[in-house]
Design a protein around this ligand. Sequence first.
Ligand code: GLC
Length: 472
Amino acid sequence: MVKKMLFAASEVYPFAKSGGLADVAYSLPRALKNLYAVTVVMPLYSMIDRDKHSITSLGESFDISMGGVDYPIDLYSCSVEGYEYYFIYSPILCDREFLYGTPESGYKDNALRFAIFSYAITALLKKKCYEIVHLNDWQCALAALLIHKDPVLSPKIIYTIHNLAYQGIFESSILETIGIERSYFTMGSLEFYGRVNFMKAGIAYADEVTTVSPTYAQEILTHEFGCGLEGFLHFHHSKLSGILNGIDTEHFSPASDQMLVSPYTDAKGKKANKTNLLKRLGLKGLTKPLFVFIGRFTGQKGVETLIEALPQIAECECNIALLGEGEERYHEGLETLAKQYKNISLTFGYDESFSHQMYAAADFLLMPSLFEPCGLNQMIAFRYGAVPVVHRVGGLTDTVKRYEKYQEDSCAGYGLVFNTPTARALLSAVHRACDLYSEKKHYERIVNHNMKSDFSWFESAKAYSTLYERLY
Ligand code: GLC
């Protein structure tokens, strides 16, 4: 009998997305389709277009009782290409402009909002008898504790950390509001330097804890990357492992991508896309290498390093196109540079189809991340034949091989790798990238090789399924 699994995440593509978690929550359940009966559950945020996705009420409502207050919940569902999605609707959780907060700060009542989500997940487990529950990131971590506390529930719990930098830390006074007894306010449970840490619940009460690359699973045990949880993770290290994410190779497929001006299958086929993008962005020089940065303008993504290095990168014979949005303090710095250098183009915002066009046009993708649990962009870049230029950290270490070690028969993806997250190291990698680009034949051989490398979910889904099975 195929086991029933509930996969819970606070964002899922195509309904709501702020980062890579949404992509994983879209593609991992799909990759598991022949092995498990997976239902994905997420909040029904007000920005989700119910009509577009044919989301309808299940006609099931119930109350969650926390700290003497009842919070009403309505269940909704939809089915996309045969995959089942459940949505939790609660006004406090869902009626917001953003998912987690304004660009300046998180919503003040996030503890309550995501406690509601976690209680609702637990209620669903009771109603529908799932055998496995897969929880992701801090927003549903509290569900692990609620399941642990519940005398009736006994599903196996997998908890995945997509980014240890966001742990869901709140004042301890919240415990009463979210109906958690003070007896859980201990070092072995929720307590974290006098405050409450939701992520600790996921780590403490899950049967297995995973993170999204093997290298990150090692890094988070260190002071440098552990974000204060390294000791706690050490304590639980026997159930900690790293499974590399994949990408949806049907969605990211340059050969059939309808978002592209000209779909293609090899290095040469990129030309029409590059010509078009340069024109659109007002950049000149088809024969110059085009470097792109796509992603959030945040500290994690190495934007500071990028801003510091950009003036010198711009002095090289190349074009640079940046797409993203993030912290206000970086916006200004980037804008100044884009005004100053005519070979730098900057686009604020996030537009899925424009990002596909950028991957298709790009010769190189810049990823100077300070830390990177997995990183999906470098894998998308391989697929679209943009050679990644990356800081050797986290998932980037696991996915990008140094191009100097290129081997025809290997299934790896190749790129330019630098060891320290400094402007100098990034600049030197860009110089090497320009040199590589000038050896046209070699460069194209690497591009063609990368485009064929396998970053699908196939292997990762197998690894998750082995993990799930180990629990039985
Ligand atoms: C987070 C991480 C990123 C990872 C993604 C999906 O956004 O920062 O590295 O690829 O989650 O797991």
